[in-house]
Design a protein around this ligand. Structure first.
Ligand code: SAM
Ligand code: SF4
Length: 351
C-alpha cells in the first residue's frame, strides 16, 4: 500500500524561495490544488443534532463578528476570479436560517467564470424556498437526514421535525435540483438499521444517499472511536439487504466511495476517519466570521474579515488566503496518537 493509498499526500517539489506562488492555482506544499470552497453562512441552527451541538445550543457569533453581505461577496469574487475556485458550497450552522442566502447565491451565480453552486442543509424550511433557491442559481443540494424513523429523528436532532425535512426533499426535487443527495451520519446504536431503511427510502424517491462516518467535531467532545460506526460495518450491513457492486467511474477528489445497487441507484460511503482521503482533498473553507481554514481539523485560521476591515486591497486578501492554504497539513491526523480536536465544532466551521 502506498502513502497515497493511506491518505497521505506526497510533497510537491518546494518552490525555490519556499513561499506560496503569487498567482495561479491555490496550492499547498504537497501540490494539492484547492478548487472547492465551503462557505459557512451562519453558526446558528434550528436543530440540535447530538453529534454536532449540545441541547442548549452554543454561544452564537455576534452580528458584528459575522461577514457583512458585501464582505462575503467580495471574498467570493476574489476566490473565483483570482484563486481559481470552481465550486462553492454554502453550509453552516443551518444556511436556510441566513436570510440573505438567495442573494448570496445570485451574486455567486453572476461571477465569471460561474462556479457550480451547491447547498448543504438540514431541510427545515426548504419546502417553501427550494423554487427560489433554484431560480437564484442553486445547482444541487444535499439534505441531511440520519433516519426516516420519526422517534429516532426526534432523539437524534432533539426536535420533532422529520415531516419538514421530508417536505423539503420533495420540494427540492420538484424544483429541479438534480441530483438531490441525502447526507446521513449514523447513530452508533440504531444506525445500521437506519442505513437500510434510508437506502430503501432514497431508492424509492430518487435521492442519492451518502453515509458519512461520524468525526470528532462535536461541540461536547464526546466522540468515541470505539462506538462510532465504520464504513466497513455500514457496508456489511447494507450488503445483507442489497446487492452492491463498486461503481466503476473514477472517484477523483470525491470523498464518497460509490456503490451501484442492483435494480438501479447508487449509495456512497464516506470513510473520513477509517480511510482518510486527505491526499485528494481539493477544499478550502471560509467561516461565517471570515476566517479561512485549510482543513476541517485545522488548529489555525487566517482572519480575512479584519484584514478587509483594516483596508486591505484585493491583492493583500488574495495573498493571505494563498498563505493560509500553503500551510495545509498533510492529513487531518484523527488517527495519530497526539490528535487534538479543533476548538470550533462542525457547526461553526461549516461541514
Ligand atoms: N445544518 C446543515 C446540515 O445539517 O446539513 C449544514 C451544516 S452541518 C454541520 C453539515 C454536515 O455535517 C451535515 O451533513 C451533518 O450531518 C454533518 N456533521 C455534523 N457533525 C458531524 C460530525 N461530528 N461528524 C460527521 N459529520 C457531521
Ligand atoms: Fe444543525 Fe446541521 Fe449541526 Fe444538525 S448537523 S445541529 S442540522 S448544524
Amino acid at each position: 500500500m502506498s502513502l497515497v493509498d493511506l491518505g497521505v499526500p506526497l510533497p510537491a517539489p518546494p518552490p525555490p524561495d519556499g513561499r506560496p506562488p503569487a498567482d495561479g492555482p491555490l496550492v499547498d506544499t504537497f501540490g494539492r490544488v484547492a478548487t472547492d470552497l465551503r462557505v459557512s453562512l451562519t453558526d446558528r441552527c434550528n436543530l440540535r443534532c447530538t453529534y454536532c451541538m449540545p441541547a442548549e445550543g452554543l454561544d452564537w457569533l455576534a452580528n458584528d463578528q459575522l461577514l457583512r453581505p458585501e464582505e462575503l461577496t467580495r471574498l467570493l469574487r476574489i476566490a473565483v476570479t483570482r484563486l481559481g475556485i470552481r465550486s462553492v458550497r454554502f453550509t453552516g450552522g443551518e444556511p436556510l436560517v441566513a436570510r440573505h442566502l438567495e442573494d448570496v447565491i445570485a451574486a455567486t451565480a453572476a461571477l465569471e467564470p460561474r462556479p457550480e453552486i451547491t447547498l448543504t442543509t438540514n431541510g427545515i424550511g426548504l419546502a417553501h424556498r427550494a423554487e427560489r433557491l433554484k431560480r437564484a442559481g442553486l445547482d444541487r443540494i444535499n439534505v441531511s437526514l440520519d433516519t426516516v424513523d420519526r422517534d429516532r429523528f426526534a432523539a437524534i436532532t432533539r426536535r420533532d421535525r422529520l415531516d419538514d425535512v421530508l417536505a423539503g426533499l420533495r420540494a427540492a426535487k420538484a424544483a429541479g435540483l438534480d441530483p438531490v443527495k441525502v447526507n446521513a451520519v449514523l447513530d452508533p446504536a440504531t444506525g445500521l438499521d437506519d442505513a437500510v431503511a434510508l437506502l430503501r427510502f432514497c431508492l424509492e424517491h430518487g435521492y442519492q444517499l451518502r453515509i458519512i462516518e461520524q468525526m470528532p467535531l462535536d461541540a461536547g467532545h464526546q466522540w468515541d472511536r470505539g462506538k462510532a460506526l465504520t464504513a466497513e460495518e455500514i457496508l456489511a450491513a447494507l450488503r445483507r439487504h442489497f446487492d452492491l457492486t463498486p461503481d466503476p467511474r473514477p472517484r477523483g477528489s470525491a470523498p464518497a466511495e460509490l456503490w451501484q445497487v442492483a435494480g438501479g441507484g447508487t449509495v456512497g460511503i464516506i470513510a473520513s476517519v477509517s480511510q482518510a482521503f486527505c491526499s485528494a482533498c481539493d477544499r478550502t473553507r471560509l467561516t461565517a466570521d471570515g476566517q479561512v481554514r485549510n482543513c476541517l481539523f485545522a488548529r489555525q485560521e487566517t482572519d480575512l474579515r479584519d484584514l478587509m476591515r483594516g483596508g486591505a486591497d484585493d491583492a493583500a486578501v488574495e495573498a493571505a488566503w494563498r498563505a493560509a492554504m500553503w500551510a495545509k497539513a498533510a492529513g487531518h491526523g484523527i488517527n495519530d496518537p497526539d490528535f487534538v480536536q479543533p476548538d470550533r465544532p462542525m457547526s461553526a466551521i461549516g461541514g
